[in-house]
Design a protein around this ligand. Sequence first.
Ligand SMILES: [Zn+2]
Length: 266
Amino acid sequence: MEVLWYNWGMEFYDTHAHFGPKEDETEGALARATEAGVTRLMAVGGSAELNAAAVKAQAMRPDAVRLALGADRDQAALPPDETLADIRRLHADHACAAVGEIGLDFHFHYTPETSAAQCALFAAQLALADELSLPVVIHTREADDSTCGVLDEVPWHGASLRGVIHCYTGSPAFARKLLDRGFMVSFSGIVTFKSAEEVRASAKYVPDDRLLIETDSPYLAPVPMRGQANEPAFVVHTARFLADLRQVPVERLAAITFSNAVSLLG
Ligand SMILES: [Zn+2]
């Protein structure tokens, strides 16, 4: 693979990757990740299909792949008791590094009813993460106030609440609120997009000890891979871009984000 030589000696951690149902494609993506120096990654669920594919990816490479299982905002329209029972069963059956992805998205579907259902499912899984002593993987889009509202309502806030705000696209001011609540902040290939000035401001703002990187594959391939299906190997491009942005050597950016991810997710 073309990126081999210049990644020599570096290790990268893709903290957020989704997989599809085709096992040969997952196997290929995992092999290319290893070749590129992406020696660890987290396979993330969110729906029945994504959870099943993440479980398979983890079983293929238990040394390198960590697992997050949960119900994302798109599951909020389903009967909540069944959804929660499913997530609880999955966590009983599989050793997970986190509950996720969970959270709120008011960009695509917002009515008072859908937002209330999303907040309820989010809160219930925060409580589950507390019960299981696991970190959470949070998606938040155009829902800054509601995300903070739900986080602040959980009674154990400040004690065991920890996790990552994934694919961060918000302002530095919102990042401050999330950092104050103890979270790490993860940046995807979006930070490389031409129009993403505010995301770049946030990516400069987050301190070293809270910074993570991810692909959110198969979506959002970073520059210069835009237009292709994204995959964990491509997190290297985001790491290089962030290193330039933060004016540190890529070796340092890789080491910091790797060790942050290990401390949070194993
Ligand atoms: Zn995701």
